[in-house]
Each structure stands twice: as structure tokens, then as C-alpha cells.
Design a protein around this ligand. Structure first.
Ligand SMILES: *Cc1c(COP(=O)(O)O)cnc(C)c1O
Length: 377
């Protein structure tokens, strides 16, 4: 995918070019893969930083009818952009019962207190309110513990005011298909969800849906894979990268052997070296650990199709890369370096920085201009 840089705002450090056609086709490919289960979309955190404003209508248009947000501040926008969709709030009621009842967004309930509180809201309105129930099957994060789940199933009056629309649980180790915990959680989910017969079920996110049809139940909940992220370590999802991140080259300069580059003088030139300084730093989401002064392999950028290693410390607004081996005429101030894309995946960037592609994606800063393109225009 290429983007017309001429279209970008002069003031931005660079661009995130988002291919909405790729997002749509990724969703369709996942939906086809999991059929007869249906495919929702997790669009929390401003659609993973990609921009809910554009991503949600794209997914609605592609046929997605179920969305998951995390927090109340995501409610109004999601309802406005997906007026007819089922929308669930993963963080539960979160003090926003009135907002959720008004916008018809259904909390994913995780505690007896929340069940009570949502029931009170329903009673106050004089009608039953839909909700999802999160059952904890071993992640020990959110979710009703096993004992509480059994108690709830044995006491139908506790759910009298609630229209139970969905049962969910979340997998801890689905990125590794060989981890035995996957099957343990599957069995626990089957057993516990059977206590609520007839209620639709959802277990898998981007990685879980690659574990096979047993894990897909009625609905899957991918987020990361919609943008081309590969959540599973060994089972590639049928998706393609949907974004390219580029930043401006501000300066190109030569340093002589023995000179150092960057804060704390951690990197020293061993040969005559040409350094390109690029207008993105940790304030823009380039991890500080992407530089490798201690000799371990560090991060790269792509300039004119070639890899250039990040050298010296990543600073707040800038990175410095070694472009000595690139043709000089291809590396000039005003040109753009690719930080993600052109062969560098989110996973690559996460790995060299000691993190995961999810963190890289969701922390891309506001100083990048988001540019929306259709099919690589
Ligand atoms: C964030 C989240 C998802 C989506 O996960 P991906 O790995 O991005 O597909 C699904 N379910 C729950 C409960 C989540 O918190």
C-alpha cells in the first residue's frame, strides 16, 4: 500500500495510512473462517488507535452486527456510528448504567454487585434489560468465578430483571495453540455455560478463533486481527496488514569513527557513518527499547525499500538510524521512513522492543496524521 504523501498535513510528524478496504476484507475473511459462528468486532481504545470514527462504519458496511467497547467514554460514538448493532461493554457497568440503558449498550457483567446494580437499573425502568455475563475460566482477570457462576445458575431470581443475551469467557494462552490451558478453559466454558441453556456463547478473540471450530461457539470477538495483526504465534490468521506508519526524515549527517550518537552517548560509530534523524520518538509510540546500544539486535525502519537500523537512544521526538549502506540519493530530508509496513510487521516491531504488536499499535501517538485510503490508493 502506498499513500500520497502530498496529501498529508505539513505539521504532522508522519502518517498512519489505514487501508479501510483491508480492514473490511480482514473482517470478512475472519467471518468466513468461523462460520457458522458469527463474527463481531472489538473496537475498544478508539479501534486500537486506528480511529473508531472510520473503522466502525467500515465494519458495519462489511456486515458486522456486534461490537465490543471497553469503557463508557466509547459508548456514544459507537452507538452513533453503529445505530442498529448489538454493542457490549467489556468493562461492565463501570458507573455508567444510565448511559448504557439510554444508548442500549449492554454491559458484560462480572460480579454479583454488578448483576445487582444492573438489575436495579432494569427495575427502575420497569423492564428487563439485556446484558452479557462474563464467566472466568482461568484468566483470573474479569469474570464471575466458578463458584459464583454455579450459585447464580442455581438462583434464577438473581437474573429475573436481566435478559441474558450472551455468555463470554476469555482465553489466557490462545496465542500458543499447544498450551494445555486452552483445552482446560474450553472444557470449563462448556461446563459452566451449560448451566444457562439457550444463551449464545463467545470465547475466542483473534488468537482463539485460530484454535479451531470448537473454540468459536456462537460468536467470536477479534480486535487485533482486523488490522492485520497476527495474534497467534503459530497459526496465521487469514488477514493482511491494514496500516503503514511513516515518519519524516528531518536531517542526514555524517559522523566520523569514534563519535557517538544520541543521549548518554550509548552508540559509537565504528566506521564513517551516515545518520538520518527521523521525526518520531517515544512520545509518538516508538518504544524506547527499540534502540539497542548494548549490541543486541534492535529495531529498524525501512527507507526506499531497505532496512536501516535504529542506533542510539530513542528520544521523545526523534530517532536516529544508520543509513550508511543506503544509496545517498534515496535518503534525503523531507522523505519518509517506514516504521511499520513495507515488510516490517507489528510483531517485528514489538519483538525487538520487548513487547507485542498490540502495544505498538495502540500506542501510536496523536502527532501522526491518520490518513484513510481504500485499497492502497
Ligand atoms: C480486547 C479483548 C478482545 C479482543 O482481543 P484481540 O486479541 O484484539 O482479538 C476480546 N475479548 C476481550 C474480553 C477483550 O478484552
Amino acid at each position: 500500500m502506498s499513500v500520497r504523501i502530498a496529501d498529508t498535513t505539513a505539521g504532522a510528524v508522519g502518517t498512519i495510512a489505514i487501508d479501510l478496504a483491508a480492514v473490511a476484507s480482514n473482517w470478512r475473511a475472519l467471518a468466513a473462517k468461523v462460520r457458522p459462528a458469527s463474527c463481531g468486532a472489538v473496537i475498544k481504545a478508539d479501534a486500537y488507535g486506528v480511529g473508531a470514527e472510520r473503522v466502525i462504519p467500515t465494519l458495519v458496511e462489511a456486515g458486522c452486527g456486534t461490537f465490543f467497547i471497553a469503557t463508557p467514554d466509547e459508548a456514544e460514538e459507537t452507538r452513533r456510528l453503529a445505530p442498529a448493532a448489538a454493542i457490549y461493554a467489556l468493562d461492565g457497568v463501570a458507573g455508567a448504567a444510565d448511559l448504557y440503558a439510554r444508548t442500549q449498550i449492554w454491559p458484560v457483567l462480572s460480579t454479583p454487585d454488578e448483576i445487582e446494580s444492573w438489575s436495579r437499573s432494569a427495575s427502575a425502568l420497569g423492564r428487563r434489560l439485556p446484558a452479557a455475563l462474563h464467566i472466568d475460566t482461568g484468566l483470573n482477570r474479569l469474570g464471575l468465578p466458578v463458584r459464583e457462576t454455579r450459585r447464580l445458575a442455581g438462583d434464577p431470581s438473581a437474573l429475573a430483571a436481566i435478559d441474558l443475551a450472551l455468555l463470554i469467557s476469555h482465553l489466557a494462552c490462545a496465542d500458543n495453540p499447544r498450551d494445555p490451558k486452552n483445552r482446560d478453559q474450553l472444557v470449563a466454558f462448556e461446563t459452566l455455560s451449560a448451566l444457562f441453556p439457550g444463551v449464545p456463547r463467545s470465547l475466542a478473540a483473534s488468537d482463539g478463533l485460530m484454535l479451531g471450530p470448537d473454540y468459536c461457539f456462537d460468536l467470536v470477538r477479534p480486535g487485533y486481527a482486523l488490522y492485520g495483526g497476527q495474534a497467534s504465534e503459530t497459526s496465521p490468521a487469514p488477514v493482511r496488514p491494514a496500516l503503514v506508519v511513516r515518519a519524516r526524515i528531518l536531517a542526514v549527517a555524517d559522523v566520523t569513527p569514534g563519535e557517538t550518537v544520541g543521549y548518554a552517548a550509548t552508540w559509537r560509530a565504528k566506521r564513517p557513518t551516515r545518520i538520518a534523524t527521523i521525526a518520531a520518538g517515544y512520545a509518538d509510540g516508538v518504544p524506547r527499547h527499540a534502540s539497542a546500544p548494548d549490541g543486541r539486535p534492535g529495531g529498524h525502519v525501512v527507507i526506499a525499500g531497505a532496512l536501516a537500523p535504529i542506533v542510539g537512544r530513542v528520544s521523545m521526538d526523534l530517532i536516529t538510524v544508520d543509513v550508511t549502506d543506503l544509496p545517498a540519493d534515496l535518503v534525503r530530508p523531507g522523505q519518509f521512513a517506514t516504521l511499520i509496513g513495507d515488510g516490517l510487521t507489528l510483531e517485528d516491531v514489538g519483538r525487538v522492543s520487548g513487547t507485542i504488536g498490540y502495544e505498538i499499535l495502540t500506542r501510536l501517538g496523536r502527532r501522526f496524521e491518520r490518513v484513510y485510503v481504500q485499497d492502497g490508493v
